[in-house]
Design a protein around this ligand. Structure first.
Ligand code: AYL
Length: 532
């Protein structure tokens, strides 16, 4: 039985992402669209539209055509949205790469996505070039410039004719982020123009928007779909100002909220933890904030309350600290906590531990995974989601697509949830392999594949174990030593750390005789969890 959204459906404009998003600032061309939180430099909405047109023209002049993939390896700067929309306007597909990836991880994504161009920044150039050697990329653009490479300025000052690419929003891809989904290695998630346009449109009725007066802090990375849709595209579509920070530093974050009078912060749980606990928070005036929304990993209810109480400084109202929920495969949002004035009829508040309500145009089911039947009212079940934000599928991986997205269009999230009588959902468990470390994905299968490449390791299995102090999930490896091998715990951790981005570090090791497996050879992670 499908559970309908408590909100009436919204109309989803039949537009490409750049047409839809950039229209948000069209009536205020001189107001800032983007601000560099470190320097205060800015790009106005009018400039943004011009730069996007130029980047698209320059890409087309290089021979890039509709559907070609352009990868971007770059931290958050105010130029990232220029690049993303330029790529999209040219009809190309932007594949965002995690800034912390090793050359090996970058190469995997370049190869798998079939990227033709890589856009990066000079501090990452060595790593980028090492990765490009093993890939189909034929040009590397260095945004801030480097000998022998075109720069962003070169693209923006191009005098190539503007392009009019015929984009079908319903079928043409706009972005290809990577996610491991419920099982296995990272896969390209095919998101269409319509997926992203829908997700921004669907989120709108839950926000009490202050037209022309919203400033969003963008410290979560644009290379993750959360940053791309919620921080960048939603913020720009609102006609707001998106203030970028290249990395999370608590003092910079707090100072930027204060100095730029930030109204909305979309964050992950570690930032809420800092807001609740760190002494430095009291030294800044954060009273411009209207909401802080946390997503990407579970947020402890008491922690959310503590952060809110502290920031309100005893006042009865003020900033709301609440949660949203989503998944790369959902563009990414399916649930969020509305502003207080945007609650659906009959509802008075959203409990702090809840991820909020299903967005408009979003249907949900809670299904007992063992029987495939709908869970009884008030009971837990695997969350299935259907709506216009559901991905088209995984790139070149029909099997994984079929395992995740069924014939009726339901996306099986691998998360377990409950819903209350007001339609507020709470995520209570995760039944998929995925581990979340500080909101980042860690795919056990990827770590296992790295470990078994070590000749001293005969077999390995990785699970997440909850750390009592931080509440974080830590990747733990169960390792079977090869006969006669003497590899130590530290050597196992070092071996993985050399090959993988820092958030994928193995943080605990246990040696075992044999990895428990089913008759079909599947790792019995439940048994390992019980043992840990
Ligand atoms: P991915 N509580 C518990 N688990 C969560 C939550 C939450 N609030 N949000 C995300 N997850 C987990 O693809 C869950 O297991 O996308 C889910 O399947 O990196 C997985 O993270 C998906 O990880 C927003 C906007 C949340 C974006 C997002 C999350 C995008 C993370 C809320 O407003």
């Amino acid at each position: 039985m499908a559970l309908a959204s408590r909100y009436p459906d919204v109309e989803i404009p039949d537009l490409s992402v750049p047409e839809f998003v950039l229209a948000g600032g069209a009536s205020r061309p001189d107001s800032p669209a983007l601000v560099d939180g470190l320097t205060g430099d800015s790009i106005s909405h009018g400039q943004l539209a011009t730069y996007v047109d130029r980047v698209a023209a320059a890409l087309a002049a290089r021979g890039l055509r509709k559907g070609d993939v352009v990868a971007v390896l770059c931290p958050n700067t105010m130029w990232y949205p220029v690049v993303f929309h330029g790529i999209a306007r040219a009809g190309c597909v932007m594949s965002p790469i995690n800034s912390l990836y090793t050359a090996h991880e970058v190469a995997f994504q370049l190869k798998d996505s079939g990227a033709k161009v890589l856009i990066t920044v000079s501090p990452f150039l060595d790593r980028a070039l090492e990765a490009v050697e093993q890939s189909p990329v034929d040009e590397v653009v260095v945004m801030d410039g480097a000998e022998g490479h075109a720069s962003l300025l070169d693209l923006i000052s191009s005098d190539a004719p503007s392009v009019e690419v015929d984009i079908d929003p319903a079928t043409d891809l706009v972005t290809l982020p990577y996610s491991s989904g419920t099982t296995g290695l990272p896969k390209g998630v095919m998101l269409t123009h319509r997926n992203l346009v829908a997700n921004v449109s669907q989120s709108r009725p839950l926000v009490e928007l202050h037209e022309g007066d919203e400033r969003i802090i963008a410290v979560l990375p644009f290379f993750h779909i959360y940053g791309l849709t919620v921080l960048m595209n939603q913020g720009l579509q609102w006609g707001g100002t998106v203030v970028t920070l290249p990395r999370f530093d608590l003092e910079q974050f707090l100072r930027t909220i204060q100095d730029q009078e930030i109204t909305r912060a979309f964050v992950a749980p570690p930032i809420v933890l800092a807001l609740a606990k760190h002494p430095m928070v009291d030294q800044f005036d954060l009273s411009s904030l209207r909401s802080i929304t946390s997503g990407a990993a579970p947020l402890d209810e008491a922690l959310a309350q503590a952060a809110q109480d502290r920031l309100r400084k005893g006042a009865a109202d003020g900033v709301v600290v609440a949660q949203g929920y989503g998944m790369t495969e959902l563009s990414p949002v399916s649930h969020t906590t509305p502003d207080a004035t945007r609650l659906p009829e009959g509802a008075t508040s959203v409990p702090k531990g809840s991820v909020g309500l299903a967005l408009p145009n979003t249907e949900c089911r809670l299904v007992d995974p063992s029987t495939g039947e709908d869970a009884a009212p008030g009971e837990r079940g695997e969350l299935w989601v259907r709506g216009p934000q559901v991905m088209k599928g995984y790139l070149n991986n029909e099997k994984a697509t079929r395992e995740t997205l069924d014939d009726e269009g339901w996306l099986h999230t691998g998360d377990v949830a409950i819903v209350d009588e007001n339609g507020c959902y709470t995520v209570v468990d995760r039944v998929k392999e995925l581990i979340k470390y500080k909101g980042y994905q860690v795919a056990p299968a990827e770590l296992e594949a790295v470990l078994v490449n070590n000749p001293a390791i005969a077999d390995a299995a990785v699970i997440g174990v909850k750390d009592a102090d931080s509440g974080e999930e830590l990747p733990k490896a169960f390792v079977v030593r090869a006969p006669g091998a003497e590899i130590s715990e530290q050597e196992v951790m070092d071996y993985a750390a050399e090959r993988l981005a820092p958030h994928k570090k193995i943080r605990a090791v246990e040696f075992i005789e044999q990895v428990p497996k089913s008759a079909a050879g599947k790792i019995l992670r439940k048994d390992l969890k019980a043992r840990a």
